[in-house]
Design a protein around this ligand. Structure first.
Ligand SMILES: [Zn+2]
Length: 80
């Protein structure tokens, strides 16, 4: 019996950081993105399913990161 060559899934594609209005953003997919914190060095806010890890989101359930990421994800989905 002939062995079937192993099928590997497509390797992930590299992600290009986007500079938007002074923010540094990594959009990983249509649910997940990272935004560099401007107040804390080496901290990235995780924006997932329109929720964010920053203080502003915790207090007010909204922040500029969520809005920014939503705009970039929409733009990306319109391109593809
Ligand atoms: Zn935020």
């Amino acid at each position: 019996m002939q062995s079937v060559p192993q099928q590997y899934p497509e390797p992930p594609a590299p992600v290009r950081a986007q500079h938007v209005g002074g923010e540094l953003v990594l959009v990983l997919d249509d649910r997940l993105a990272l935004v560099a914190s401007q107040s804390e060095a080496d901290i990235w806010h995780v924006v997932e399913h329109h929720r964010c890890t920053c203080k502003s989101f915790r207090y007010r359930e909204q922040c500029r990161h969520v809005a920014l990421v939503a705009r970039l994800q929409l733009a990306a989905s319109l391109r593809s």
